[in-house]
Design a protein around this ligand. Sequence first.
Ligand code: THU
Length: 135
Amino acid sequence: MTRDELISAAIEARQLAYAPYSDFAVGAALLTTDGRLFVGCNVENASYGLAICAERTAICKAVSEGYRKFQTIVVAAVPPSGVTHVSPCGACRQFIVEFGTDIEVIAVNADDSSVTKSWKIGELIPDNFTFDQLD
Ligand code: THU
């Protein structure tokens, strides 16, 4: 799967977002180290705080299918005017770094897939809390 295909998958996944409260649709595409693709969208709830982000949906789908090694995750949303991209929220950063500091995170503007920004997850959540800090 190419980078462009992964970006397209995230933009397409956004179409299934369940976001009646925020009206802010987000899609994610997660690539495993062995080339499997898992997509996800945000899923909101009338009890607002229960909303699940697109990135965490994709990760839960992958882990629940037996995949735990990830190369890249793309997050796709349409940022408001004047904003270039939408970054993963703090909860999603913590959720991603659980599976490795080297996972590449790409944010893409769903209205213009040529606009991207990328990082390693370790850059987005430095000095992160992971299993090695547990007893
Ligand atoms: N959202 C995501 O899906 N991913 C993020 O990284 C940022 C926020 C969703 C959660 C909520 O449904 C909506 O965007 C507005 O916050």
